[in-house]
Design a protein around this ligand. Structure first.
Ligand code: 8YV
Length: 332
């Protein structure tokens, strides 16, 4: 059987690399001195791409754009590590019969836990309270009283699988849930808002769980933040690009909203100094899905999809834009 060539533009976890190298020829583009030359050499052979939001590495971002895919005449599949695939031009892939897979479901509960952790930490200011203790300040007095989760309404921006898992947690905590999506979700037991701005006016927690990409860029701007109000809490575990970061910094600075809990940023891994300097804002380094067990399951799903493709079997998790379970393009 002829060698099957896979392009790996960004480093992926060892588990994935080892599994793929046992079966395929893996072109590790990120190691090439001259990436363009390495890509040109591999391009005629490449039938699959394994990629993901880069983790544990310095600045190695390599989106799977139309212009990259155009250079790969034999491309059949892009397997993405991560439920979000805004790093892949899925519309182009769909139009050209290229399958795209992601890693949904296995990270739903973990990510919802992270969202709730951020929410509680932001509202009750636990990280600051902990620093207060560690700094020995408790010996001299009590930590200040904080805002509360009680009596709040959470507006979920993006009631997908993770949004629903967060909503279930909110219900258990006695927090009322409403949501905004492009369309109402069938059978969802929460009030639907067709307008994000209207929803922001009626709630004091905005939970951002929508997909990234051009369609949601800057969706949460000055107007939405002001509508959320001075008791408002913004939590973002989705993509930094959905929130206008400058508007957020301004809203936090002026007290237009109370606080924020952020796992994602517009230009990761760099985080605006203005946010770092704000003690009352809770910041995490994109760890939503980052437990060992969940990352292992995500890694396995990337491998499963690529092995199923190579075996001519059904893909486990194709994305909505490329719903076919068997790759359309036939291997030679
Ligand atoms: C990252 C995420 O993918 O699933 C997503 O969309 O944002 C994360 O789980 C993770 O950093 C793995 O690359």
């Amino acid at each position: 059987m002829a060698d099957v060539h896979i392009l790996m533009p960004t480093p992926l976890p060892r588990l994935i690399l080892d599994a793929l190298e046992q079966r395929f020829v893996v072109h590790r583009l990120y190691e090439a001195q001259d990436k363009d030359a390495a890509l040109a050499a591999a391009a005629p052979h490449v039938r699959a791409i394994a990629t993901g939001v880069p983790i544990l590495v310095e600045d190695v971002s390599y989106p799977i754009t139309a212009s990259l895919m155009e250079k790969l005449p034999r491309l059949e599949i892009v397997a993405n590590l991560g439920v979000g695939y805004d790093n892949v031009d899925a519309a182009y892939a769909s139009a050209h019969g290229v399958s795209v897979t992601n890693t949904p479901d296995v990270l739903t509960e973990e990510t919802a836990d992270t969202a709730f952790g951020l929410l509680l930490n932001a509202v009750r200011q636990f990280p600051r309270a902990e620093r207060f203790l560690r700094d020995g300040k408790w010996l001299k007095g009590q930590f200040e009283l904080t805002a509360s989760l009680r009596g709040r309404t959470m507006g979920v921006l993006g009631l997908g699988r993770i949004g629903q898992a967060i909503a279930r947690r909110a219900e258990a905590f006695g927090v009322q849930v409403v949501y905004h999506n492009r369309k109402p979700v069938e059978d969802a037991p929460y009030r639907y808002y067709a307008s994000l701005l209207d929803m922001a006016r009626d709630c004091d927690i905005l939970m951002v769980v929508a997909p990234g990409g051009p369609a949601t860029r800057g969706l949460v701007g000055k107007d939405v933040l002001e509508a959320l109000g001075p008791n408002g809490v913004l939590v973002n575990i989705a993509r930094g690009t959905i929130v206008d970061e400058q508007a957020l910094i301004e809203a936090l600075r002026t007290g237009a909203i109370l606080t924020a809990g952020l796992d994602v940023f517009a230009e990761e891994p760099s985080v605006p100094q203005a946010l770092i300097d704000m003690e009352h804002v809770v910041l995490l380094p994109h760890v939503g899905s980052a437990s060992q067990a969940t990352r292992d399951a995500m890694n396995r799903l990337v491998i499963d999809n690529l092995f199923a493709w190579a075996d001519g079997g059904d893909l486990s998790t194709p994305v909505a834009e490329t719903p076919w379970r068997r790759p359309l393009k036939q291997a030679e």
